[in-house]
Ligand binder design. Structure first.
Ligand SMILES: CCCCCCCCCCC/C=C/C(=O)SCCNC(=O)CCNC(=O)[C@H](O)C(C)(C)COP(=O)(O)OP(=O)(O)OC[C@H]1O[C@@H](n2cnc3c(N)ncnc32)[C@H](O)[C@@H]1OP(=O)(O)O
Length: 269
């Protein structure tokens, strides 16, 4: 029977509910207001994956505290606006290592997408093995609209999930899909009417995974995901440097500035 060793209460931006009967960890993202990804959040998420691995977790479910509003708003605009070069480097490296680690966990993974998941908000769901959405949310990689060229590993995750033809159209048009449309193209595997039902469906998926030998399953997962994992591992230094220089470019910084202003105006700030 699995048991918990790690102290999950040390985490600031996630709530971990570890079920000692079935070894399933439900991780609720709770970085207010919109679970945007900062360096500190990514560092925490990476460390969490290691703790879960050590505790021989049998399955992981990601969901958001901000139910029916937002799963994750993607990369944190405010942190990435005019960062120091050292911070930009650290951020890109953390984003890369967390996404890589999540893509090849020994345990099966599910995202319960209970709110919007634009751009970088789509990264956690894409790295997971299975995605269950609620109604009335938007999801997709719309980065091209901000003048951001996707890293190869991220395009590759999208291709793996929805196929090359759909991925080409989705990425080149920067589309954010409604939940129904996301289901049609396979960006989510199921739609659930409520978070509770979605969590039941997620548990059912994870229970199915249990009938397969764990180490055999991992071998098969790594084999099936080889094209993605190769993209993650390909020329890492150069890829990170490219992303840092894209982030620091005037064009992307101006785009971040414009988006921060739009969000402020929306709130009447
Ligand atoms: C970024 C350059 C990187 C270059 C490097 C390349 C390699 C990286 C590859 C990955 C590329 C990924 C890029 C991204 O993820 S960029 C971020 C894209 N995200 C968005 O465009 C989402 C923007 N937000 C929204 O659309 C809405 O906020 C949302 C639908 C999520 C929620 O709407 P709601 O009405 O519920 O809430 P508000 O809009 O009023 O927002 C509430 C507060 O949250 C703040 N906020 C929202 N989004 C972000 C964000 N991404 N980062 C930081 N803060 C965010 C918003 O300002 C409000 O704050 P205040 O309460 O302080 O006003």
């Amino acid at each position: 029977m699995p048991y918990v060793c790690a102290d999950y209460s040390k985490y600031k931006f996630v709530n971990v509910c570890w079920n000692s009967e079935n070894g399933i960890a439900t991780v609720t993202l709770k970085r207010p207001p919109v679970n945007s990804l900062t360096a500190e959040f990514l560092r925490e998420l990476s460390s969490l994956l290691l703790d879960l691995e050590k505790d021989e977790t049998q399955g992981l479910i990601f969901t958001s505290e901000f139910d029916e509003k937002v799963f994750s708003a993607g990369l944190d605009f405010k942190e990435l606006y005019r960062p120091s070069i050292d911070h930009a480097k650290e951020f890109m490296s953390l984003l890369h290592s967390f996404s890589f680690r999540l893509s090849c966990t020994a345990y099966p993974t599910v995202a319960v997408i209970n709110g919007h998941a634009p751009a970088g908000g789509c990264i956690i769901p894409l790295c997971c093995e299975y995605r269950i959405g609620l109604n009335n949310f938007n999801i997709g990689l719309n980065e091209l609209k901000f003048g951001i060229l996707l890293p190869d590993w991220l395009s590759s995750l999208m291709i793996h999930t929805i196929g090359s033809r759909n991925a080409e159209q989705a990425i080149l048009s920067g589309t954010l899909f409604s939940s129904e449309h996301a289901l049609r193209i396979g960006l989510v595997d199921e739609i659930a009417p409520t978070k509770e039902v979605a969590l039941e469906k997620a548990t059912a998926f994870l229970n199915k995974a249990k009938i397969v030998n764990r180490s055999l399953r991992l071998d098969a997962k790594l084999h099936l995901r080889r094209p993605i994992l190769q993209e993650f591992q390909k020329d890492i230094e150069n890829e990170l440097a490219k992303n840092v220089s894209l982030l620091m470019s005037d064009k992307v910084q101006q785009s971040l500035d414009a988006h921060i202003k739009i969000l402020k105006e929306k709130r009447g700030n």
